[in-house]
Write a protein that binds this ligand. Structure first.
Ligand code: BES
Ligand code: ZN
Length: 628
């Protein structure tokens, strides 16, 4: 492990609003003992673990998925190394775990579980044995584990079998495995997972597509990965190959549609390798989750977890696959050292996503997606506090789940796009390729990235690049003036159509939308004025059946318009949408908008109450405030 070094940043930028919030028990962040409250670079404020003294290097899991009790029950054995030869205890993160005992070489070892912090869980201190370098923790997870969702058969596509999946990023691995839950600690792992015989288990590890369905499944992850990439799913899953190294796992009724929708995955893998260097993870498979999966996708290595809401029938939403695949380079190979550095994962990945989409689907698609992404960014810049618009964000005292925005994604990508434009695409691609090599299987901080830029691109392109500008991108709010704003020709005619329709010069029936792509539709809808007359909304709906749109993104944009204008004919669909989809990005804006009026809130409450048993804990937490 390359240590990030505990350099103290004394930049004045971090003053405002960073006093850690007092928590119930132990504070979420130990007080920082510097007079100016500076961030300690590389310090993980979201983990209690002590990798600077003792670091875990490998985990062996043996877990039984008990669907009746909704618990994972078993053991985690871990190998550790002393970084400080005098260290006497190993400190792990846990959250809601029932720790039954700790042993080393079969003998009990002393341990102490601290009181829990509401966001970060509880530190587990283990007294190190005199001999050996391995301890085993026997434990069970809580049925309410924040990082696991246990679904009833009714909540799956097939309706016959239950389903379990985990989602560890950012700080939830500790709710299903006691470990050092910090992205700067990398471990290899092996696992034995025991399930009901009818079900198949898959993990972010080597999965054997031809495995016997016998209720005992073995996995190995030979490359060291950060804890947030450990993932497990159990369900009535089948596999279909999509290419030499790519395939998809899904419930039987979804499998064919998924394999068709994502058939370009193999080509995506190839073009990305050709541009950014070899794929390091052997196979790249997809797992299609039930609709309650709280994210669009999660880049679990070798097996990205994917929401079924992107299976649109026309590949219109497959940028998500490009995104999760791209994380195999930016994120999984080169990893953010702390959650402050998340933009190193998501900004680079968003930049790569656009590039992959261009290579597979052409420049028009690239430009359209980039404009839509830029518009999402603008909306966040307009609504977020200045501190939350900073790429290297100060998360001390905050739960990373509460700070999710487009900033690390789209602002990060725009920053990289600017460098690309200034030094030329070939040079930038070469830079990225070398960057992925130089930091392969390491976790790095923003400050390490800046130091790396200093000695590479800034040296090589002194006339094109400017240190102050780079600092501005990374440490200041907003979008720097002169940023390379994306543009799309394919959207100009959409603007004209929208305006003519709004002015009453064109009726909805006369809009020639036969050739419109999903992205043109999204652009058409997302840029409507905040309020529209009911008759006009109805006219659009009659002409294009938008309330019935099968595309979940178009439906989302349309339902947003409907809620803003209280367009009642769409409310049945809205109810159905909110109660059948758990992807937070799609439902949260609707709840937020509904909560702005008394009637809206009543409606939201009803939908939420019905949906809640099927929502993931993260989706519940993100939205319950809107229905109180
Ligand atoms: N790694 C993220 C999901 C994530 C980020 C989970 C931070 C927890 C904390 C994943 O790669 C992602 O970005 N998903 C997006 C995809 C989209 C930008 C294409 C999503 O889920 O919407
Ligand atoms: Zn991502």
């Amino acid at each position: 492990m390359k240590k990030s070094g505990l350099i103290v940043v004394t930049a004045t930028l971090f003053f405002a609003g960073c006093t850690p919030a007092p928590e119930e028990n132990s504070p979420i962040t130990p007080p920082v003992a510097t007079s100016d409250n500076a961030i300690e670079v590389g310090k993980d404020y979201h983990s209690f673990a002590n990798p600077e003294q003792v670091v875990i290097t490998h985990i062996d899991l043996d877990l039984t998925a008990d669907f009746e009790k909704r618990r994972l029950i078993g053991s985690a054995a871990m190998d550790y190394q002393k970084v400080d030869p005098n260290a006497t205890r190993l400190t792990l993160d846990t959250r809601g775990l029932d720790v039954q005992g700790v042993t080393a070489a079969g003998s009990p070892v002393e341990f102490m579980l601290e009181k829990a912090d509401p966001n970060l869980g509880a530190a587990l201190h283990i007294e190190l044995p005199q001999q050996g370098n391995r301890v085993t923790i026997n434990y069970a997870t809580s049925p309410e584990a924040s990082g696991a969702q246990w679904l009833t058969p009714a909540q799956t596509a097939g309706k016959k079998h239950p389903f379990l999946f985990t989602q560890a990023q950012a700080v939830h691995a500790r709710s299903f495995i006691p470990l050092q839950d910090s992205p700067q600690v990398r471990v290899t792992y092996n696992a034995t997972i025991r399930t009901p015989k009818a079900l198949l288990a898959v993990m972010s590890a080597a999965n054997d597509p031809d495995t016997q369905r016998d209720g005992v499944y073995e996995f190995t992850m030979p490359q060291p990965i950060p804890s947030y990439l450990i993932a497990l799913a159990v369900g009535d899953l089948e596999f279909k190959s999509m290419g030499q190294r790519t395939g998809v796992y899904a419930e039987p009724s979804v499998l064919e549609a998924a394999a068709l929708e994502f058939e370009d995955t193999e080509s995506m893998l190839e073009v990305t390798e050709n541009t950014y260097g070899p794929y390091s993870w052997d196979r790249y498979d997809l797992l299609i989750l039930p609709p309650s999966f709280p994210f669009g996708g999660m880049e679990n290595p070798r097996l990205s977890f994917i929401t079924p809401t992107v299976i649109a029938g026309d590949k219109s939403l497959v940028a998500l696959i490009a995104h999760e695949l791209a994380h195999s380079w930016s994120g999984n190979t080169v990893t953010n050292a702390t959650w402050r550095d998340l933009w190193l994962n998501e900004g680079f990945t968003t930049y790569l996503t656009y590039r992959i989409m261009e290579m597979i689907f052409g420049t028009d698609r690239y430009n359209m997606e980039a404009v839509l992404g830029y518009q999402d960014l603008q909306a966040d810049i307009a609504s977020l506090d200045a501190n939350d618009q900073i790429l290297a964000i100060d998360l001390r005292g905050r739960n990373p789940d509460d700070v999710f925005s487009n900033i690390p994604y789209e602002k990060g990508a725009l920053f990289l796009r600017e460098i690309e434009h200034k030094i030329g695409r070939e040079n930038f691609d070469q830079f990225l390729l070398t960057y992925f090599e130089d930091f392969a299987f390491q976790s790095i901080t923003t400050d390490q990235f800046i130091a790396y830029l200093d000695k590479t691109l800034l040296k090589r392109f002194p006339a094109e690049l400017d240190k102050a500008r780079i600092q501005q991108w990374i440490f200041e709010p907003g979008i720097p003036e002169g940023a390379p704003v994306p543009e799309s020709d394919a959207f100009s005619s959409i603007d004209q159509n929208r305006q003519a329709w709004l002015d009453g010069d064109l009726s909805a029936n006369d809009i020639d939308m036969q050739s419109w792509t999903v992205h043109q539709w999204l652009y058409f809808l997302n840029n409507m004025p905040a309020t529209l007359p009911q008759a006009q909304i109805a006219q659009l709906d009659e002409a294009f059946s938008l309330t019935q749109s099968k595309n979940n993104e178009i439906a989302h944009s349309w339902l947003m318009i409907s809620v803003k204008n209280q367009y009642q004919p769409a409310y049945e669909r809205l109810y159905d949408y909110l109660t059948s989809i758990g992807r937070n990005k799609l439902v949260k804006p609707l709840y937020r908008e509904l909560s702005k009026t008394a009637e809206g809130k009543e409606f939201a409450k009803r939908a939420f109450e019905q949906a809640k048993p099927g929502y993931h804990p993260l989706t519940v937490k993100a939205n319950e405030g809107y229905v109180k």
